[in-house]
Design a protein around this ligand. Structure first.
Ligand code: HEC
Length: 121
């Protein structure tokens, strides 16, 4: 174990998010209102939200815009470096399908009405 297993508690999410964004622009109410419904609506949204939110705010994910290969690399990175449970083939496809549709290259400032509150001004 790596001592970095987060449950789905808001406190944990907030703590990790705060640690992660510290120095950037962390504010008080990180992740307080986050729900899957606040994300762009594509197939796999709930699953992706549930998979990623265990460790950090989805804002960390949503401020990226990448192609499939780079999202794929990101999943590897989460798995290898941060101890994310490796998704099985089917889940991985679902996650990637969602990420690429919701956060394609060039969408780093957000899509589907999602406005990133941490975007640099
Ligand atoms: C087991 C914990 C864990 C899980 C689960 C997890 N991550 Fe992460 N993720 C982290 C940590 C820790 C960081 C910040 C550390 C860093 O930047 O090195 C991070 C950072 C990120 C970043 C920010 C990269 C950047 O350059 O700012 C992205 C994008 C990301 N994760 C995507 C995902 C996606 C997509 C999922 C779900 C499929 C996910 N993560 C699930 C631990 C996790």
């Amino acid at each position: 174990m790596r001592g970095f297993i987060c449950g789905l508690t808001a406190a944990c999410t907030a703590a990790v998010a705060a640690a992660f964004i510290a120095g950037a622009s962390a504010q008080n109410s990180i992740a307080s209102e986050e729900t899957a419904e606040s994300l762009p609506d594509f197939k796999g949204r709930e699953e992706t939200f549930g998979y990623c939110i265990g460790c950090h705010s989805f804002k960390v994910v949503g401020r990226q815009g990448m192609d499939r290969a780079r999202w794929d690399d990101t999943l590897n990175w989460m798995t290898e470096k941060h101890g994310m449970p490796p998704p099985d083939t089917e889940t991985r496809k679902l996650l990637l399908d969602y990420l690429v549709q919701a956060y394609p290259p060039g969408s780093a400032t957000g899509t589907g009405g999602w406005v990133n509150p941490f975007a640099p001004k």
